[in-house]
Design a protein around this ligand. Structure first.
Ligand code: 13P
Length: 348
């Protein structure tokens, strides 16, 4: 199966009423972990690479890993997605490489730190949409600003400073024609999201519900959706780590989101925690070990376990065989002739 357009994958998820995890990768073991979990659970898969990942692994290495994954797992609909593109040029370079989906995060200026104005966000996102759709590539935009910093990208803060305004979300979707819309509802990137189990004062699910009501057919995206499970946190600290107490986004809140228009759920931190815990355990228990495979293998297995669990929890498990990939060229035609709508349905 060729790499799939994220638009196709999310349209299918909407039909089936499930969400799809988007898992960040930086290296071969992480790609393998996602693909094995997808095979194990028979799930469609989204692999995300941030600018940081592209720099760490180098574009060609990373992209060829994805091609290898696609070749080795032909039964898995697979999307290669750019996470948090900071400019038109960054998105264009991913599209030229062969990514089938890009995120233009115009909520921040090109420095990836300073909140942008609404008009700046609309302008750069629309520019990416026009370029990407002509080539059959999906675009995710972001309205409102997430908290935290990941890979040097982010405005910092708690995530409550720039919660998405539902009216602006509607205007943004209408003016840009994005395929998927990331919204800010109080989540942040990284391990330190909340200081206690989040309630409605810090995790604004009511905002998500209000946006879904106004944009019932728009694919919503939840960023910062790691649950930061206590068991993964504890393994790290048991084997010499020093993580502070913290809370992530409870799975039941993500599932509530999925029942209300969330189709893509971004997870990175949980996998980082799983990998680090596994590596620490081996090196702590076997200080004489020096073969990298001694810790990379359990690290890969630990990530696979988390990804497989999330695939089941988000509902994508069992759906890999539901459809065949439509080629990117066909998708481009669909945007052109209007069979793939870029006009959101708005409930006024
Ligand atoms: P987490 O840090 O919660 O895993 O979020 C990842 C993310 O949103 C990537 O864009």
């Amino acid at each position: 199966m060729p790499l799939v357009s994220m638009r196709q994958l999310l349209d299918e998820a909407a039909k089936g009423g499930y969400g799809v995890g988007a898992f960040n990768v930086n290296d071969m073991e992480q790609v393998q972990a996602v693909m094995e979990a997808a095979r194990q659970t028979n799930s469609p898969a989204i692999i995300s690479a941030s600018r940081g990942a592209r720099k760490f692994a180098q574009d060609r290495y990373l992209f060829h890993l994805i091609l290898a994954a696609n070749e080795l797992y032909p039964e898995i609909p697979l999307v290669m997605h750019l996470d948090h593109g900071n400019s038109f040029e960054t998105c264009k370079s991913a599209i030229e490489l062969g990514y089938t989906s890009v995120m233009m995060d115009g909520s921040l200026k090109e420095d990836g730190k300073t909140p942008a104005s609404f008009e700046e966000n609309v302008a750069v996102t629309k520019q990416v949409v026009d370029y990407a759709h002509e080539r059959g590539v999906t675009v995710e935009g972001e309205i409102g600003v997430l908290g935290g910093i990941e890979d040097g990208h982010g405005a910092g803060g708690t995530g409550l400073e720039h919660i998405t305004d539902p009216d602006q979300a509607v205007e943004f979707a209408e003016r840009t024609g994005v395929d998927a819309l990331a919204i800010a509802i109080g989540t942040s990137h990284g391990a330190y999201k909340f200081s206690k189990k989040p309630d409605g004062s810090v995790l604004k699910m009511n905002v998500l519900l209000a946006i879904h009501k106004r944009l019932p057919n728009t694919h919503l995206v939840m960023h910062g959706s790691s649950s930061v499970p206590k068991d993964l946190h504890d393994i790290i600290n048991k084997y010499g780590g020093k993580l502070k107490p913290t809370w992530g986004v409870p799975i039941e809140e993500i599932q509530l989101g999925i029942r209300n228009g969330v189709r893509k759920v971004n997870v990175d931190t949980d996998n980082r925690l799983a990998i680090t815990g596994a590596v620490r355990k081996v090196l702590w228990e076997s200080p004489e070990a020096f073969d990298p495979r001694a810790y990379l293998r359990p690290a890969r297995e630990a990530m696979q376990k988390v990804v497989a669990l999330r695939m089941k929890q988000f509902g994508q498990a069992g759906h890999a065989g539901d459809y065949k990939a439509v080629s990117i060229a066909e998708i481009a035609k669909g945007y052109k002739n209007g069979t793939l709508s870029t006009k959101p349905l708005v409930a006024r």
